[in-house]
Design a protein around this ligand. Structure first.
Ligand code: MIC
Ligand code: SF4
Length: 644
């Protein structure tokens, strides 16, 4: 059978199941990555599972999110992860080395391999021809312990790229166009595979911008073939030997195809407050800008920052604009210091900040009140920047840089500016910010657990009757940033669920935590695509801690649904979306015979307050049913270990 590239890589890693969309498959995981804001949970979970050494070929613990260190909390998290990494044989990347996805491309990703990461932008690795999937921390912990991962096999959506990009139009505009076509839920249940003549002009890091933001489509992952551009990139990183060409079989069939004519694309922006709210720059041209932020795992590559440096060279950042730049890696920053382009950036009046996620996750650089910020990042959800009434526009680095100089949103295309050309370069290996595992035995390496590191909550076995009250009702596309906000104030508490849980849904409904306490056992009611965005399992663990037993929505985002199941919280979808309208806060809902009901196709819940019944579906796989019965993955693993 002729195979898509995605299915080729998956079939080479298939341990169990059938290569048929919709069926449950188990695949071998070659590599994992964690970052610090989800990583503390991963290593606590490894401890709870009593894992000795990991089974993957490469596992890396990156520190890139929580780097502000305004108190002891972040530093304690780093020390904990460092000690846990050594205990289990995981490579540790120190803070300052750079952003996990950029670093993984540079140093470890390989064509044809599988990667599971506790960050939703792990699909960045798809640029190298990997199957790279973002997941909740617990799934990554299990992948490290067992070298495998279970998923429902997605369908494959082909994006065929025709023609060539015009000057000032970049790969960021390609993915913004895909988002316009498909929306933030259009990728759910799919792997997005890129093909066509347009690939040739897209460098590896251009491709990585596209696969990175595939997360915003809700797709399981995105993938590019591994070709000459891949070889060039690996060579530039001093590891040409890791190159292997792979592509789809000629004439293979896709489940869905969209075509994009690159010649027709213009520079674009995702307007507030969703990555699929796409406008052409000419629609917002002239809009005064207060802040420009360049960086993040989407656009912080060497060529992105070199373009920015060349645009800024000899110019002055507009007096009303604060321009901040966070490079993707230490290697990139070093190279730019050596070739003088860093001086061009600094002397223009830009503020160069640490090689880390920084403002992308609200760790500093919150815009002014009602501020307008152009950012090269991937998410512009309301409030994520740290300023609730700020308007965030997502743009390419070239659009960001020229707008920073002129003080208003624009593209060089409309300003008669020449587009800069970037010469390829080679990077020297530098592992000064990498700590390899010492090889000592786990029992000889103490876990460094500071006072901020608390145990994570565990659910109990599923009861026959689940009787709950509605503690929150949300609209469509509720993000995990809405459920469990993260900013400089809260990120330091990612290993402290009791503290964090007080802030769940804070921005949408400041009474949520109190209501949960009042209701004791709760249900959350959601609209479409509930839980989109970040992979943070805190968006399941904080509700679990507050007594949430069930979430009923019109539909779910993939990673969040898994995180709920891993926590033993029942995710149900309404068969009739209109039933959603019926339900109000504090309504009492009951699921009878729950331990039997979860095995059925149709699950009926009763609204005792309104005297109504709603038919719902769980679509639980056999493994998911077990997760619910045992009250989550850790309980299930412990039970299985104890029984044999
Ligand atoms: C994000 O971009 O939202 C994050 C912060 O990287 C998250 C992970 C987290 O919440 O820690 C993600 O993308 O999964
Ligand atoms: Fe970090 Fe932002 Fe990328 Fe998330 S999206 S990994 S916060 S840079």
């Amino acid at each position: 059978m002729k195979k898509t590239l995605a299915y080729k890589v998956i079939s080479e890693h298939l341990l169990k199941g059938e290569l048929k969309a919709g069926s449950e498959v188990e695949i071998k995981i070659d590599q994992t990555l964690t970052q610090d804001s989800t990583g503390t949970m991963v290593y606590l979970q490894l401890e709870a599972m009593d894992v000795e050494k990991i089974k993957t070929e490469v596992s890396v613990a990156y520190i890139d999110h929580n780097t502000l260190q305004a108190g002891f909390e972040n530093a304690d998290d780093h020390a904990f992860i460092k000690s846990a990494a050594d205990r289990h044989g995981v490579i540790f990347s120190k803070p300052g080395n750079g952003i996990c996805h950029q670093l993984h491309l540079e140093n470890y990703g390989k064509p044809g391999k599988t990667l599971l990461g506790s960050d939703s932008h792990t699909p960045t690795g798809g640029a190298l021809g990997m199957i790279a999937i973002g997941a909740g921390g617990l799934d990554v912990a299990v992948a490290m312990a067992q070298g495998k991962y279970t998923l429902t096999l997605p369908k494959v959506l082909q994006v065929n790229l025709k023609g060539h990009l015009n000057k000032w139009v970049s790969s960021k505009d390609v993915i913004l166009k895909v988002l316009k076509e498909l929306t933030v839920k259009g990728g759910v249940g799919y792997i997005v595979e890129y093909t066509g003549e347009g690939l040739e002009a897209l460098s590896l890091t251009d491709r990585a911008t596209i696969t990175n933001m595939g997360a915003e489509l809700g797709a399981t992952t995105s993938i590019f073939p591994s070709d000459e551009n891949t070889r060039q990139y690996l060579k530039s990183q001093g590891r040409e030997e890791d190159y292997m060409p792979i592509s789809a079989d000629l004439g293979c069939e896709y489940d869905k195809t969209i075509e994009i004519d690159l010649n027709e694309l213009k520079p674009m922006a995702a307007a507030p407050h969703s990555p699929d709210n796409i406008k052409n720059i000419d629609e917002i041209k002239g809009m005064k800008v207060d802040q420009v932020a360049i960086g993040s795992c989407t656009n912080s590559s060497y060529s992105d920052l070199m373009k920015v440096a060349k645009i800024l060279k000899g110019k002055k950042v507009h007096p009303d604009v604060s321009l901040v730049i966070s490079p993707g890696s230490n290697k990139i920053l070093t190279k730019m210091a050596e070739n003088g382009s860093l001086a061009d950036i600094i002397s223009s009046g830009a503020r160069v900040i640490e090689n880390a996620c920084g403002p992308c996750i609200g760790m500093g650089q919150a815009p002014r009140s009602k501020g307008i910020s152009l950012r090269t990042f991937n998410r512009n959800f309301k409030g994520r920047s740290g300023t609730l009434d700020a308007d965030i526009y997502i743009v390419s680095p070239e659009t960001a840089a020229i707008s920073a100089v002129l003080g208003y949103a624009t593209s060089g295309m409309y300003e008669g500016v020449n587009i800069p050309k970037i010469e390829a370069t080679e990077f020297e290996k530098n592992e000064n910010l990498i700590i390899m595992p010492s090889g000592r035995l786990k029992k000889d390496i103490p876990l460094e657990k500071g006072p901020n590191i608390k145990d994570f909550p565990l659910n109990s076995k599923l009861e026959d009757e689940v009787r709950v009250k509605v503690s929150f009702k949300g609209e469509d596309n509720i993000t995990t940033d809405d459920i469990m906000p993260s900013d400089a104030r809260l990120l330091p508490y990612r290993s402290n669920i009791p503290h964090l849980s007080n802030y769940a849904f804070e921005k949408l409904d400041s009474e949520f935590a109190n209501r949960c306490k009042e209701n004791e056992k709760s249900v959350i009611i959601g609209g479409d695509n509930y839980g989109q965005g970040s992979s943070r399992e805190h968006a399941a663990l904080a509700p679990l801690y507050l007594g949430v037993k069930m979430v009923v929505s019109k539909s779910f985002a993939r990673i969040h649904r898994s995180n709920l199941l891993n926590s033993g919280i029942i995710p149900l979808t309404f068969d009739n979306p209109k039933d959603y309208d019926d339900i109000d806060l504090y309504d009492e809902i009951v699921l009878l015979d729950a331990t039997k009901a979860i095995h059925s196709d149709k699950i009926t819940i009763k609204n005792l307050t309104k005297n109504k019944e709603y038919i719902c579906s769980g679509n639980f796989s056999p493994q998911e049913e077990e997760l619910l019965l045992y009250g989550g993955k850790i309980n299930l693993i412990k039970e299985t270990q104890n029984n044999g």
